[in-house]
Design a protein around this ligand. Structure first.
Ligand code: HEM
Length: 537
C-alpha cells in the first residue's frame, strides 16, 4: 500500500475525509478550535509513537472516557417523550393548584415510561411493573406524578424498599438472573412479606406484559391531598386512563418479541409519535374526604390497597397528549429527574410511610446519579416558570443569583435585594393535626393482606384468571427451593382456594400446605438455609 496515496490513506486527504463545505459546520474542539484532521493522531513520524501534546486526541479520549453515568438504581430502562396536559375541568372547588384552575389551559409535560428491575440494556417485554412518571411544568413550579402502571405496591413501609429491590435484582454471588420474577431471592422475599400478596396478583396478571406503553394505565398509587384556597383538604388518588384502551401480549408472545426486538416498546412509542398518532391519557381523580377515609375498610395510607372505583368514582379532569419525541435521548430521557417531593401549592403529601421515604430517596439518588446539586438546572429538569432563589454554587452552577444579595432578610432595596417571600402565593403545607408516641410500629389498619388480592382475582375473566395461574406456575417452576414454592401456595390458599390448588397441581405440590399465617414471620419461624433442599435443575 502506498502510504502517500490519498485514496488509500485518508489521513493524507483521501476520500473519507469529512471536510466542511459551504453548508456544513466546521468540526471543532470543545474549546471551539476548528479541527483540520480528525482521522489521525499526532505522532513523531507516520509510524512513530504518539505525542502527548496532541490536545485534540487527548480532549476526545478524555470526554469519551467519561460518557457513562450511573444508571438509575431502579427503573434504569426507560423511554421518554414530550407533550402537554390540558385541563378539561376546573378544579377550583377542591384545589388551589394553578394547573387546575382554568379549563382548556395547556401545560407542557414530559413523560418517562420504564421497567423497574432490568438494567439499562435489558429487554422491553420483561414481566415487570412499568413506571409511568409525569413531569408537569406548571406556571407555579414543576409537579411530578411519579407513578406506575399498577395501582398498588409490594410494600407498605419505605424501610423495606432496599430489601425488595435487592431481592428483585441479580443475586449478588452469581450476578444473575436478570428476570425479576423467575428468581429464588425474589420469591423468597415476597413470600416472607405477606403485604406483597395483592401486588403479586397484579404482577402475575397480563398488566405486567403490556403490548406497548401506549396501552397502559398509570397510577400515582399513594393517597395525596388536595388543598383548596381556604386551606380545606381532601384526599386524592391519581389515575391515567389510556384513550387507546388497554392491551397486553401473551407470555409466549413476550418471549418472542424480546428475542426479535428487545426495543419493541421504545420503537413503538417513537414510531407512533413520529407518525402523528399521538398517544393520549385522561387524568382521573378519586377524591374523598377524611370521613370516608376513616370509614373505609382499609387504610388509605397503605400503598398495598386501592380504593374501588365503585366506592369512589373517578372524576376526569384533564388529558395528557404525547406529541414530540426527544431530540437527544441522554440529555432528556436519561437526565430527567422525577421526584415525589416536587409538588405544587394546592397538592400535598399524605402520611403514607412509603411516600414519606420516597420523598427522601429520589433527590438523594439523583444527587449522585446526576453529579451534584445543580441537576435541576439541566433544561429537562428546569421549571418553565420564573425562578428566583438564593441557592448558589456547587458543581456546574449555571444560574447563580445575580446582584449583591444572596441571603434574606436583607436591607437592600428592590433592585439589589433579590426575591422576597409571598405568603399569598407561596406553598403551604396542610396543617394536619399529628400527635403520638415515637414508635417503630405498623398500624393494625395495615394488617389485612389478602382481601384485596382476592377481590382482584375474582374480578378477572376466566381467561385472565388462567393467565394468572399460568404465570404463577411458570415463575415458581423456575424457583429451585421447594419450601419457597410451597410458601407461595400457602399464601394463595388465603387468596383463593381454587387458584392455590391449580398452581399447586401444575407444580406437583401434593398434599397442599397449610394456609399461611398472615403475620410477617419472625426469625424463629424461618427455615435455616442449610436445611433447605434445593432442586438441581
Ligand atoms: C425511580 C426509589 C417506590 C415509581 C426510582 C429511583 C429511586 C426510587 C431511587 C431512581 C430515581 C432516579 O435515579 O432518578 C423508590 C423508593 C420507593 C419507591 C425508596 C419506596 C419507598 C416507588 C413506587 C412507585 C415508584 C411506589 C410508583 C408509584 C418510580 C418510577 C421511577 C422510580 C416511575 C422512574 C422515574 C424515571 O422514569 O426516571 N424510585 N421508589 N417508586 N420510581 Fe421509585
Amino acid at each position: 500500500m502506498d502510504k502517500t496515496d490519498p485514496k488509500t490513506n485518508p489521513g493524507n486527504g483521501g476520500e473519507t475525509h469529512q471536510q466542511a463545505t459551504g453548508k456544513t459546520s466546521t468540526l471543532t474542539t470543545q474549546q471551539g478550535g476548528p479541527i483540520a484532521d480528525d482521522q489521525n493522531s499526532l505522532k513523531a513520524g507516520a509510524r512513530g509513537p504518539g505525542l502527548i501534546e496532541d490536545h485534540i486526541l487527548r480532549e476526545k479520549l478524555f470526554h469519551f472516557d467519561h460518557e457513562r453515568i450511573p444508571e438509575r438504581v431502579v427503573h434504569a430502562r426507560g423511554f421518554g417523550a414530550h407533550g402537554y396536559f390540558e385541563t378539561t375541568e376546573s378544579l377550583e372547588d377542591v384545589t388551589s393548584a394553578d394547573i387546575f384552575q382554568r379549563k382548556g389551559e395547556r401545560t407542557p409535560a414530559f413523560v418517562r415510561f420504564s421497567t423497574v428491575a432490568g438494567s439499562k440494556g435489558s429487554a422491553d417485554l420483561a414481566r415487570d411493573v412499568r413506571g409511568f412518571a409525569v413531569k408537569l411544568y406548571t406556571k407555579e413550579g414543576n409537579w411530578d406524578i411519579v407513578g406506575n402502571n399498577i395501582p398498588v405496591f409490594f410494600i407498605q413501609d419505605a424501610i423495606k424498599f432496599p430489601d425488595l429491590v435487592h431481592s428483585v435484582k441479580e443475586e449478588p454471588d452469581r450476578g444473575f438472573p436478570q428476570a425479576q420474577s423467575a428468581h429464588d431471592n425474589f420469591w423468597d422475599f415476597a413470600t416472607l412479606m405477606p403485604e406483597s400478596m395483592h401486588m403479586l396478583m397484579w404482577q402475575m396478571s397480563d398488566r405486567t406484559i403490556p403490548r406497548s406503553f401506549r396501552f397502559m394505565e398509570g397510577f400515582g398509587v399513594h393517597s395525596f391531598r388536595l388543598v383548596d384556597k381556604d386551606g380545606k383538604s381532601q384526599f386524592v388518588k391519581f389515575h391515567w386512563k389510556p384513550k387507546q384502551g388497554m392491551q397486553s401480549v401473551l407470555w409466549d408472545e413476550a418471549l418472542k418479541i424480546n428475542g426479535a426486538d428487545p426495543d419493541f416498546h421504545r420503537r413503538d412509542l417513537w414510531n407512533a409519535i413520529n407518525q402523528g398518532d399521538y398517544p393520549e391519557w385522561e387524568l382521573g381523580l378519586q377524591i374523598f374526604d377524611d370521613e370516608f377515609a376513616e370509614k373505609f375498610e382499609f387504610d388509605v395510607l397503605d400503598a398495598t390497597k386501592l380504593i374501588p372505583e365503585e366506592q369512589v368514582p373517578i372524576r376526569i379532569v384533564g388529558r395528557l397528549v404525547l406529541d414530540r419525541v426527544v431530540s437527544n435521548f441522554f440529555a432528556e430521557t436519561e437526565q430527567v429527574a422525577f421526584c415525589t417531593q416536587n409538588i405544587v401549592k394546592g397538592i400535598d403529601h399524605s402520611n403514607d410511610p412509603l411516600l414519606q421515604g420516597r420523598n427522601f430517596s429520589y433527590l438523594d439518588t439523583q444527587l449522585k446519579r446526576l453529579g451534584g446539586p445543580n441537576f435541576t438546572q439541566i433544561p429537562i429538569n428546569a421549571p418553565k416558570c420564573p425562578m428566583h432563589h438564593f441557592q448558589q454554587d456547587g458543581h456546574m452552577a449555571m444560574s447563580n443569583p445575580t446582584g449583591r444579595a444572596n441571603y434574606e432578610p436583607n436591607s437592600w432595596g428592590e433592585e439589589e435585594g433579590g426575591p422576597r417571600e409571598d405568603p399569598a402565593r407561596g406553598f403551604e403545607s396542610y396543617p394536619e393535626d399529628v400527635s403520638g408516641p415515637k414508635v417503630r410500629e405498623r398500624s393494625e389498619t395495615f394488617a389485612d393482606h389478602y382481601s384485596q388480592a382476592r377481590q382482584f382475582y375474582i374480578s378477572q375473566t376466566d381467561t385472565e384468571q388462567q393467565h394468572i395461574i399460568n404465570a404463577f406456575a411458570f415463575e415458581l417452576s423456575k424457583v429451585k427451593t421447594p419450601v419457597i414454592r410451597e410458601r407461595m401456595v400457602s399464601h394463595l390458599l388465603n387468596v383463593d382456594k381454587q387458584l392455590a390448588e391449580k398452581v399447586a397441581e401444575k407444580l406437583g405440590i401434593n398434599p397442599l400446605p397449610k394456609p399461611a399465617d398472615a403475620a410477617m414471620p419472625t426469625r424463629d419461624d424461618l427455615p435455616v438455609s442449610d436445611k433447605l433442599s434445593i432442586l438441581k435443575n
